[in-house]
Design a protein. Structure first.
Length: 140
């Protein structure tokens, strides 16, 4: 299954922290052109986002605030992975999800914010997004 979790470098001084979330030299050559950045909010506990996969694009995620359950599944093989990502004071994890890996997020905290870099800009006329339910929706 095409996914990876990386601990990002954190630099700390008297002003606070600076986190290197993603650098161009960390991207595979095929994903080096700029895509799109999203800030995804979860406004209540149990809220579910995602439940889809992309056929061509990859995404890199980082939890800015809160705690999220993450479910991944390779749509070709059925291989499945479940994990929890949260914002920690001295640790920041980045999750990369490749093409054909379905992904879903459920909020485990009062609110949460997820940073999402997609390797391709969303095209409403030809969306590279296929619905694939991993976590049943919470009634949104």
């Amino acid at each position: 299954m095409d996914y990876e979790i990386v601990e990002c470098p954190i630099f700390h001084d008297h002003r606070g922290r600076l986190i290197e979330v993603l650098r161009a030299d960390e991207l595979p050559e095929t994903f080096r052109s700029f895509g799109q950045i999203y800030a995804v909010t979860f406004d209540r506990p149990g809220q579910v986002r995602g439940n889809h996969y992309h056929t061509k694009s990859a995404e890199w995620f980082g939890v800015i605030a809160g705690e999220l359950e993450v479910v991944l599944e390779d749509v070709r093989t059925g291989e499945r992975k479940e994990l929890v990502l949260c914002r920690e004071a001295n640790r920041f994890l980045r999750l990369m999800v490749g093409p054909l890996v379905a992904h879903a997020f459920r909020n485990l905290s009062p609110t949460a914010v997820l940073l999402d870099y997609s390797s391709a800009q969303y095209n409403r006329q030809e969306p590279d997004r296929v619905q694939y339910v991993l976590i049943p929706p919470d009634g949104d």
